[in-house]
Design a binder for this molecule. Structure first.
Ligand SMILES: NC(=O)c1ccc[n+]([C@@H]2O[C@H](COP(=O)([O-])OP(=O)(O)OC[C@H]3O[C@@H](n4cnc5c(N)ncnc54)[C@H](OP(=O)(O)O)[C@@H]3O)[C@@H](O)[C@H]2O)c1
Length: 280
């Protein structure tokens, strides 16, 4: 059982990744971003999730550097994820995109590099690039994002290295049970994006009733459901009080019955595009 904010899951290559991290989607370059990353590290977070397309890797890098210095901890103690954008998918172009991300972040290696979306006809070349970067030790783990089961099957047909992670939209309205079972069978760690459904679930009555029982917030109940389910989670906030509160989920345990009630909220509805039907 996950006991604290710094507890990790062990990926299939032995690398340890925190169960809990900070997301920074839609946070623009500037002091709000730098302060969010610093607040997260100050409050005990040890994992930060960004992407080239977010256009904020400079500030994320600055926040990490300043946050580590203030907390007196080393680079190795924080897990940094970025993602290659669709327009850069290809062997050489993915390697170049990786170098750009690394330079912007001001880091010498990444902990996790992901293919952001499964663009047909392009993701296999990009995967070979990720395998090269991994074999060269430039990145500790490699994975994918927004891959359905059929994308994973297709990728693994030709891959040397199985993805260590699949990061997908996952919340009580999109529980992804089939994908989770597939990932478990294949040693792929599932990771939830938009775990709070971008705020849309926070006034859900069923979740509120459960939250009341434990004297917790709806956000805390959802994030606790993630980790109890064996899913890595990366809620986004730029507000220090929420950054701290979201991570305050290690002092209670949802019962099996409450886990099942949350599972039953599934409607297979998304806030983002379906990976079988996106046009970017
Ligand atoms: N791989 C992909 O394709 C993909 C796609 C989307 C997201 N992601 C990653 O996943 C991360 C999380 O997803 P997300 O940012 O889309 O959505 P999210 O984490 O589900 O929700 C974030 C929203 O909820 C608000 N919020 C956070 N904690 C709250 C709380 N305790 N009470 C009330 N409101 C709260 C935030 O506002 P404030 O900031 O004002 O607190 C923000 O508007 C992203 O930041 C990104 O790193 C990946």
């Amino acid at each position: 059982m996950v006991k604290n904010l710094q507890d990790t899951t062990t990926l299939h290559n032995g690398v340890k990744m925190p169960w809990f991290g900070l997301g920074v989607f839609k946070v623009e370059e500037g002091p709000e971003l730098v302060n969010a990353v610093k607040s997260a590290i100050k409050n005990g977070y040890r994992s930060i999730d960004t992407a080239a397309i977010y256009g904020n890797e400079d500030g994320v890098g600055k926040g990490i550097q300043e946050g580590l210095a203030e907390a007196g901890i080393s680079r190795e103690e924080v897990f940094v994820t970025s993602k290659v954008w669709n327009s850069d998918l290809g062997y050489e172009s993915t390697i170049a995109a990786f170098e750009t991300s690394l330079a912007k972040l001001g880091l010498e290696y990444l902990d996790l590099y992901l293919i952001h979306w499964p663009v047909e006809g392009k993701y296999k070349d990009a995967w070979r690039a990720l395998e090269t970067l991994y074999k060269e030790g430039r990145v500790k783990a490699i994975g994918v994002s927004n891959f359905h089961i059929h994308h994973l099957e297709d990728l693994m047909k030709d891959a040397d290295i199985k993805p260590m992670i699949d990061q997908v939209e996952l919340h009580p309205r999109l529980t992804q049970k089939e994908l989770q079972a597939f990932c478990k069978e294949n040693g792929i760690q599932l990771e939830a994006w938009s775990p709070l459904m971008q705020g849309q679930l926070l006034d859900n009555e069923t979740l509120q009733e459960i939250a009341n029982k434990y004297n917790k917030s709806v956000a805390q109940v959802i994030l606790r459901w993630d980790v109890q389910n064996g899913v890595v989670t990366i809620p986004k906030s730029t507000k220090e009080h929420r950054i701290a509160a979201n991570a305050d989920i290690f002092d209670f345990e949802l019962t099996k019955e409450d886990m099942a009630v949350i599972d039953s909220l599934n409607q297979n509805t998304r806030v983002g595009p379906d990976p079988d039907n996106f046009d970017f």
